[in-house]
Design a protein around this ligand. Structure first.
Ligand code: ADP
Ligand code: MG
Length: 226
């Protein structure tokens, strides 16, 4: 199992008490498999991704990423695991305003010490894979919302992650453009063999996934094959 959450509980400080954001959540995502997570605002979807990304340590439970038990890792160990194994796409496309599309991807690999020429070739191939071969020299302000989201997807794949975590990538897009992003995500998941988790508000989008899970008040209400 490429991504495993086992009986994960996460609380946040809340006044005098604690707020339970995730309540005994378990989830398994194999390689090449797309799992969609739906649920109302505040139900714990982003918290689930943050735990899977090792950005937040749960109060209880296990998180295993590509065979690595994350509990015993220190901060540096978790950072290395994220860099090498996990691709993350946040809700807001957080691109750097001054860089071209291809440079956004090159920066990622530069951080992990890739050879410049090979890195550029890989970046261009990935932009091609997300349908932006002819936009490589453009900066964020010259791209549409959907194109910017494609760049962030390509960037997340730059280090060939085993696990791909995507938080509401379509929230700023109309339904049709959103559907195209989800379609792309299903293709990339299959082609690259990532264990992908897609958080989405849109049930029509979620129905394209291999598995659909519903969260409410931090609990997984149901997990069905989509
Ligand atoms: P969703 O992504 O489904 O909207 P979240 O995971 O963002 O839900 O939030 C789940 C619950 O945890 C909400 O009640 C939210 O207010 C709370 N929460 C999220 N992040 C924090 C935080 N950093 N500190 C305190 N409470 C938080
Ligand atoms: Mg959220």
């Amino acid at each position: 199992m490429t991504l495993l959450l086992d009986d994960v509980t996460l609380t946040y400080p809340d006044g005098d008490g604690r707020l339970t954001a995730l309540d005994a959540v378990s989830l398994e995502v194999p390689a090449g498999h797309l799992t969609a997570v739906v649920g109302p605002s505040g139900s714990g979807k982003s918290s689930l991704l943050a735990v899977a990304a090792t950005l937040v340590t749960p109060d209880r439970g296990r998180v295993v990423v590509a065979g690595t038990e994350t509990g015993p890792l220190d901060r540096a160990g978790r950072a290395a695991l994220r860099r090498e194994r996990i691709g993350i796409v946040f809700q807001q496309p957080n691109l750097l305003a001054s860089l071209t599309a291809v440079e956004q991807l090159q920066v990622m690999a530069h951080l992990s010490g890739g050879k410049p020429k090979a890195v550029r070739g890989r970046a261009l191939a990935l932009l091609d894979a997300v349908g932006l071969a002819d936009q490589a020299a453009r900066r964020p302000h010259q791209l549409s919302g959907g194109q910017r989201q494609r760049v962030t997807l390509a960037r997340a794949l730059m280090n060939e992650p085993s696990v791909l975590l995507v938080d509401e990538p379509t929230s700023a897009l109309d339904h049709e453009r959103g559907a195209a992003i989800v379609e792309l995500l299903t293709t990339l998941t299959r082609e690259r063999g990532t264990a992908t988790v897609l958080v989405t508000h849109d049930r029509a989008h979620a129905s394209r996934a291999d598995t659909l899970i519903e969260v409410e008040d931090g609990r997984v209400r149901s997990g069905t094959r989509a």
